[in-house]
Design a protein around this ligand. Structure first.
Ligand code: HAM
Length: 421
C-alpha cells in the first residue's frame, strides 16, 4: 500500500457550497413541475443486472460498448452501475405489472448515473439526472407534455437560453426502409469513415450519423423524414403543432439520432449555446418497443432526462444566489462563558421561529464572529454578555444598516420581523 494522498476518482467530484445548494433548488423546481403534470416519484437502485442495460440501450451504443461500470458480486452475478434511468424504471414497471393497476403510469426520478466516459468540461463519470417516463399513451400529446415538462423545469430554474432540437426516427414499419437506404449510402462513402463507423455500419447504420467524427461529413445522407410512414408522419405533425402552440422554441433537426437504441418516433434534445462541446442539457423521446423487449405487454412510452450538472453550471454562471434562507439569517454571539446557556436557548427559539441560526461558538472573538456572519449573509447579530445578562436586554445589531438596539428577550422575535411594539 502506498501512502499517497487519496483523491476523488477521476471524472467525479464532491458537490459543495453553491453548487449543491443549486442542485437542491433545481430538484425542488422539478418536483413542483412533475406534480403539476400528475407524475409520482420512483427511486430505483443505482445498480442493476448488467443484462438490463445491454438488452435495452443497444449492444452497439457507446454506453454499452465501452462506458458501463460493471462488476461481479461475490455470487459471481454481473451487475452495472446504472448509466441512465429509463431501463430501471421499465424494469420496475414490468416486474410489478403496473399496467394492471392503471393503463397509464407517469413516473419521475432524480439521482446519480455512471458512465466511464473520457472526462471533460460538463462530462463526468458520476453525474446527476432528473427524468420522467410516461407509459401507456401513444398520443402525440404525451410527447408534447414531456417536452413541456423539461421546458418548464429549465425556465422555472432561471435557464432561458436554449432551443429544443426535434426529429422523428419512425417505427418498425418505416425505419427498415430508411436503414436500407442509409446503409447503401454509407457503403458508397465507406473509405472515408473511421474504423469504428465501418464496424458499426452493418449492425446499426444510424449510429454512424451519431459519430462525432463521421456524422458532420455525411450531410447528404438519406433523412428519416423522407421515409416516415403515414401514421408516423401524422404523429410527428401533431407533436410539432402542439409544441408550437405551447410556445416552445424548437428546431427540426433531421440529423438528430440519439446515442441509445430504444427510441421510436419522437426524439429531442435541449441544446444550450452556453455549454461548449457538451451542449445537451436534456434529451429524450418515445420508445414504444422497450417495455415489450423487457418482457411486458406492448406499451407505448415517452420520457426524457435532464443533466443536472450541466443545468446547474449554466445557472451558476448567470448570477445565481441562494434564495431559501437569505432574508432570515441571524447569528447569536456569546461574549463570555456565563452567557453561553442563554445564547443556546435564544438560538433554539429563533430557529423555531423560522430563522436560520448557526450553532453558537463561545470563546471565539466577537470581531471574527461578526465578520463571518456578514460573509454568510446574516442580517442580524444578537450579542449577549455580562451587561445584557444584568439588564435583561439583548444587544441586537442590524448588520446591513449597522444600527444597534437594546431589546428585551421576550420581544426579540417581533423586533427581528419588524412587528410593532
Ligand atoms: P442521455 O441523452 O444519454 O439520455 O442523457 C440525458 C442527459 O444527461 C444529457 O442530455 C446530459 O445533459 C446528461 N448527461 C449524459 N451523460 C452525461 C455525463 N457523462 N456527464 C454529465 N451529464 C451527462 C438518457 O439518459 C435517457 N435515459 C433519457 C430518456 C428518458 N429517454 C427516454 N426517457
Amino acid at each position: 500500500m502506498s501512502d499517497a494522498l487519496i483523491k476523488v476518482p477521476k471524472g467525479t467530484r464532491d458537490l459543495t457550497g453553491d453548487e449543491v445548494a443549486a442542485f437542491v433548488e433545481l430538484e425542488n423546481v422539478a418536483r413542483a413541475v412533475f406534480l403539476r403534470f400528475g407524475f409520482r416519484e420512483l427511486r430505483t437502485p443505482v445498480f442493476e443486472h448488467v443484462e438490463l442495460f445491454s438488452r435495452s440501450l443497444g449492444e452497439t451504443s457507446d454506453v454499452v460498448e465501452k462506458e458501463m461500470f460493471s462488476f461481479s458480486d461475490r455470487g459471481e452475478r454481473d451487475f452495472a452501475l446504472r448509466p441512465e434511468g429509463t431501463a430501471g424504471v421499465v424494469r420496475h414497471l414490468v416486474e410489478n405489472s403496473l399496467w394492471v393497476k392503471s393503463g397509464l403510469q407517469r413516473l419521475f426520478y432524480m439521482g446519480p448515473m455512471f458512465r466511464a466516459e473520457r472526462p471533460q468540461a460538463g462530462r463526468y463519470r458520476q453525474f446527476w439526472q432528473i427524468g420522467s417516463e410516461y407509459f401507456g399513451s401513444g398520443d402525440a400529446a404525451a410527447d408534447a407534455d414531456t417536452v413541456l415538462i423539461g421546458w418548464q423545469i429549465l425556465r422555472g430554474f432561471g435557464v432561458e437560453n436554449f432551443v429544443v432540437h426535434v426529429n422523428s426516427l419512425g417505427c418498425g414499419e418505416c425505419r427498415p426502409k430508411h436503414r436500407a437506404a442509409l446503409l447503401a449510402y454509407l457503403r458508397t462513402r465507406e473509405s472515408e469513415l473511421t474504423e469504428e463507423s465501418r464496424k458499426r455500419m452493418e449492425k446499426n447504420p444510424l449510429r454512424v450519423l451519431d459519430s462525432k467524427v463521421d456524422g458532420p461529413k455525411l450531410t447528404d445522407a438519406p433523412a428519416m423524414k423522407d421515409f416516415l410512414c403515414d401514421p408516423c408522419r401524422a404523429h410527428h405533425g401533431q407533436f410539432l403543432r402542439m409544441i408550437t402552440e405551447a410556445g416552445v422554441r424548437f428546431e427540426e433537426n433531421p440529423r438528430l439520432v440519439r446515442g441509445l437504441d430504444y427510441y421510436t418516433r419522437t426524439v429531442f434534445e435541449f441544446v444550450s449555446p452556453d455549454l461548449g462541446a457538451q451542449s445537451a442539457v436534456a434529451a429524450g423521446g418515445r420508445y414504444d418497443d422497450l417495455v415489450q423487449m423487457l418482457g411486458g405487454p406492448v406499451t407505448p412510452a415517452v420520457g426524457f432526462a435532464l443533466g443536472m450538472d450541466r443545468v446547474v453550471s449554466i445557472r451558476l454562471k448567470t448570477g445565481w444566489t441562494e434564495k431559501s434562507f437569505s432574508p432570515k439569517k441571524a447569528v447569536v454571539v456569546a461574549m463570555d462563558e456565563t452567557s453561553r446557556d442563554l445564547c443556546f436557548g435564544i438560538a433554539q427559539a429563533l430557529r423555531a421561529g423560522g430563522f436560520s441560526v448557526p450553532p453558537i461558538t463561545p470563546g471565539k472573538k466577537l470581531k471574527s464572529q461578526l465578520s463571518s456572519a456578514v460573509d454568510n449573509g446574516a442580517k442580524w447579530a444578537i450579542l449577549v454578555g455580562e451587561d445584557e445578562m444584568k439588564s435583561n436586554l439583548l444587544t441586537v445589531k442590524n448588520l446591513e444598516t449597522r444600527t444597534q438596539d437594546q431589546v428585551p428577550a421576550s420581544r426579540l422575535h417581533d423586533h427581528l420581523v419588524g412587528a410593532p411594539a
